[in-house]
Design a protein. Structure first.
Length: 374
């Protein structure tokens, strides 16, 4: 579980954001620092091995050198922009490299893997956690499933290969995959497909969300030959019919669609990834039903800007909704569930846990029946 100190830091970051809403400059810094964070994450595994042999020591030195240069550059940039850095290499390597997280385990010790994942979450990245990004990685790994022919899904971890890793929908997810590399190195017996889905589940729990039933059994394909055609993940510019086409294809119903969309209580949109900007809530690293409350309690208007259509709350202009989020309000059936989840967080947690657990298992040939969510 997350310690209370990082949670306080996160709260501080949320309050700071509320006091000083994102400017274009901050957004640009974030764009820069996301790239820098990816570099830091890429370099971090080297730090783990730095003491094991002399070759590794050289790499450790390289890490320090480039890490130092990166940190210096980021510091200079932050002075130049007069903005406090919100993420990036100033945060140092992921916690796995430095903290008391398991750096080895016996095969099958998933608790050790969970601990290693947890140790990476709280970081000086975005709003203070990699959690939302890991949830998106797990979802995009699984959301390609088609129940009519059994193709796609979380089995195989095909997002390691082109073209899937290059799909526009998967922009930014390289950071999440690289973040998990030290975990894979520490526990080489786990498949990437199991690791990515477990990371999503652990992130949800650590951010205060429900326990999602998870079981191992996914394998990694050796190449990209089973990658499905691009276009199966949802397109945020479209509406209710599109959401039904996409999610019914996976085997979900309308209620599941709304429950799963509640994951947008986490994280934010990034201009350099999806083209949209901003968070859905003021507490983007805490799993709650706030997304549904914001959706129902605010007046939403189209954002006036030079980007794709998105909505902003009329009161502060700091929160956002995608066209697909807004269709949950305009469609009568979807709205029924939005209203319930806005009022009843327990109902949302229960439905989300079941739907997310099912999502993580799509396309996985487990022996026997699907795991029940607890
Ligand atoms: C309903 C259809 C959906 C659409 C159209 C959609 C679209 C998007 C878009 C455009 C972003 C912003 C990406 C970026 O710029 O970084 C995003 C972020 C996110 N999505 Fe979705 N999404 C959908 C469903 C889901 C589902 C089912 C989940 C999980 C259960 C999910 C979890 C997330 C999370 C956690 C983020 C934040 C990532 C971050 O902070 O880096 N989304 N989504």
């Amino acid at each position: 579980m997350a310690t209370s100190a990082p949670r306080l830091l996160r709260l501080g970051s949320v309050l700071a954001r509320q006091a000083a809403p994102s400017s274009l400059l901050q957004q640009q810094f974030r764009t820069f620092s996301d790239k820098a964070a990816a570099e830091a994450v890429k370099a971090a595994p080297e730090a783990v091995k730095a003491d094991s042999n002399s070759k590794a020591k050289i790499r450790g030195f390289q890490f320090l050198l480039f890490g130092g240069l990166g940190a210096g550059f980021a510091y200079g940039y932050s002075l130049f922009t007069s903005q406090a850095p919100t993420s990036g290499p100033l945060a140092g390597p992921p916690a796995l490299a430095t903290a008391a997280a398991p750096k080895t385990s016996t095969p099958g010790d998933y608790d050790a893997v969970r601990k290693s994942i947890s140790s990476l979450l709280d970081a000086d990245y975005d709003d203070g956690s990699y959690g939302p990004l890991l949830v998106r990685l797990a979802w995009h790994a699984a959301g390609t499933y088609d129940k009519s022919d059994g193709t796609g899904g979380s089995n195989g971890a095909t997002m390691r290969f082109p073209p899937e890793c290059e799909w526009a929908a998967n922009k930014g997810l390289a950071i999440a995959r690289q973040l998990l590399d030290p975990v894979k190195e520490a526990h080489p017996w786990i498949s990437y497909a199991d690791l990515w889905t477990l990371a999503g589940v652990v992130a949800i729990e650590d951010m205060g969300g429900p326990t999602v039933a998870w079981r191992s059994g996914r394998v990694d394909y050796s190449d990209g030959s089973k990658i499905v055609p691009d276009g199966r993940l949802p397109n945020a510019t479209l509406g209710a019919k599109h959401l039904r086409d996409v999610f019914h294809r996976m085997g979900f119903d309308d209620r599941d669609i709304v429950a799963l969309s509640g994951a947008h209580t986490l994280g934010r949109c990034h201009a350099d990834r999806s083209g949209f900007v901003g968070p859905w809530t003021n507490a983007p690293t805490t799993f709650s039903n706030l997304y549904f409350q914001e959706l129902t309690n605010n007046k939403w208007r189209p954002k006036k800007w030079d980007g794709p259509l998105q909505y902003e709350d009329a009161k502060t202009g700091t929160l956002m909704m995608l066209p697909t989020d807004m269709c949950l309000l305009s469609d009568r059936t979807f709205k029924k569930w939005v209203t319930l989840y806005a009022k009843d967080q327990d109902a949302f947690f229960k439905d989300f846990a079941v739907a997310f657990g099912k999502l993580m298992e799509l396309g996985v040939p487990f022996p026997g029946k699907a795991a029940a969510a607890s």
